[in-house]
Ligand binder design. Structure first.
Ligand code: OAD
Length: 250
């Protein structure tokens, strides 16, 4: 066991409040590509052309055809992987209380985490751009693109596009929880998109230990991660759960 890994186990064992901040990397092993880096979605598509609210308002048909339909196909097939299950296990063991996720795939809830803040919203629902009526994505009639609400307005995923505000409650609660935790587990995020990327800084500024799980170093690794664990989340998190079980039973 590496020193960093052993320190992470000891730190988690002592913590009273642990929160996880997750990003696209935790769902890579579920078959969902990340946004940045090799094979990332923004390598194929320009986010300003297809994922900005102005682009959607100007040409919803193209954004639906190029981005949203593709996302639906990928997310429909995805199942929680061993990393999601690892975080759900940590909650069941009384170690993890809350997950703040930038992901819109719903996989943390499906794995069994009960307190999940969906910082960028959820793809499970579509919302009318005109009247705010919502409908489950699985029930939307896709024979007409863009799909329409019964009021005639255009439906859009209930997640945020670039250029939109983070839902107020999600932002406020994330900031409060980050400021009050003893440990923040940062899993599978490049930590480049604000304000999500500021949560580890809030945690660290308030005395928390930051444990980072990522196969690549990120902008956080040298600056604020106390315990960087280099590797895939689907490998590291189950190892961490196993070690925590041993620790609890010792
Ligand atoms: P990114 O695509 O920016 O970063 C993914 C991170 O996951 C990278 O640091 C990878 O090294 C890491 N990674 C890859 N495979 C991994 C694995 N198996 N286990 C652990 N980590 C792995 O994704 P986010 O940081 O989530 O916003 O991006 C933040 C936001 O940017 C997204 O929520 C999205 C995007 O634009 C919106 O759509 C509003």
């Amino acid at each position: 066991m590496s020193d960093l890994f052993a320190d992470a186990v000891e730190t988690l064992a002592k913590a009273k409040k642990t929160v996880a901040l997750t990003g696209a990397g935790i769902s890579v092993e579920s078959g969902i590509p990340p946004f940045r880096g090799k094979g990332g979605l923004w390598e194929k598509l320009d986010p300003m052309k297809y994922a900005h609210i102005d682009a959607f308002l100007e040409d919803p048909e193209t954004v639906w055809n190029v981005l949203i339909k593709e996302m639906k196909m990928v997310l429909d097939k995805a199942r929680p992987n061993t990393a999601h299950v690892g975080l759900a296990d940590l909650e069941r063991m009384g170690i993890l209380q809350t997950v703040i996720t930038q992901n819109v795939d719903g996989l943390h809830q499906r794995a069994g985490n009960s307190d999940v803040i969906e910082f960028h919203g959820s793809f499970a629902w579509q919302r009318c751009q005109t009247c705010d009526w919502t409908i489950e994505t699985s029930r939307v009639d896709l024979s007409e693109i863009p799909p329409r609400c019964r009021c005639g307005g255009i439906l859009r995923p209930d997640c945020i596009f670039f250029g939109e505000m983070i839902p107020h409650d999600a932002l406020l609660r994330s900031q409060q929880i980050s400021a009050a935790c003893d440990v923040m587990l940062v899993v599978g995020t490049s930590a480049t998109v604000q304000p999500a990327a500021s949560m580890p800084f809030i945690a660290r500024d308030n005395g928390a230990v930051v444990i980072e799980i990522n196969p690549e170093p990120t902008s956080l690794t040298r600056r604020i991660s106390n315990l960087p664990l280099l590797g895939a989340a689907g490998t590291i998190l189950p190892r961490l759960v196993k070690a925590m079980r041993r620790h609890q039973n010792a």
